[in-house]
Design a protein around this ligand. Structure first.
Ligand SMILES: [Fe+2]
Ligand SMILES: [Fe+2]
Length: 199
């Protein structure tokens, strides 16, 4: 015989008190500082990737306008995090000089492989960033904290989604070896995120 819904035991989670910090958990201010540092690093990396692609593809390439559009949005994102870092006295990642070179190199290398590889790079990077921003939003929403930062992240995340969609519409997945290329780039981005949170 099947039990009706009110005969079934209630989920234990309902009875628990709201999430509390566990011993060893970082205070929220440390988490937010780390978020700002990694977001600033990520937007810096994005600017450098698009700069690398634009340098290789040039202003007369049919995709030049698209790249310029995405590049300029990344500059706005970077500017905002620059300001937030300064206002709050948060130091930027010490990896800046590395991301400066690595971002540009990734953009340039994929652009050399062709415009579809450049788009595959964008699609991969933006997918990682979109998820990364979502993780931060989940954390801040759960803590009901940092409304300005939440609003900023939401706005930027929407533009990262737009960038990813542009890349997919312009043949990202048609580049030879797409799954491998995309997988490698995502792995690299995730590593860069983890490093920039800490260093
Ligand atoms: Fe961005
Ligand atoms: Fe983006």
């Amino acid at each position: 015989m099947t039990k009706s819904a009110d005969q079934l035991p209630k989920p234990v989670l309902e009875k628990q008190t709201p999430a509390r910090a566990l011993p060893g958990d970082k205070p929220l201010s440390d988490k937010v500082e780390s978020m700002l540092r990694v977001d600033h690093a990520g937007e810096f990396g994005a600017v450098r990737i698009y700069a690398g692609q634009r340098a290789v593809m040039g202003d007369t390439h049919p995709k030049a306008g698209l790249l310029k559009h995405m590049f300029e949005q990344e500059e706005v994102h970077l500017d905002k995090f620059n300001k937030m870092l300064t206002e709050r006295g948060v130091r930027p990642t010490a990896m800046g000089p590395i991301w400066h070179v690595a971002g540009f190199a990734l953009g340039a290398a994929t652009a050399f492989m062709g415009e579809k590889a450049a788009m595959a790079c964008t699609a991969a990077v933006e997918e990682v960033i979109e998820d990364h921003y979502q993780e931060q939003l989940d954390c801040l929403e759960a803590e009901n904290a940092e409304p300005e930062l939440q609003e900023t992240i939401r706005a930027f995340q929407a533009e990262e989604v737009e960038h990813r969609e542009i890349a997919l519409q312009h043949g990202a997945e048609e580049t030879p070896g797409y799954p491998v290329l995309s997988g490698l780039i995502k792995l690299g981005c995730k590593a860069a995120i983890e490093i920039s949170k800490r260093v």
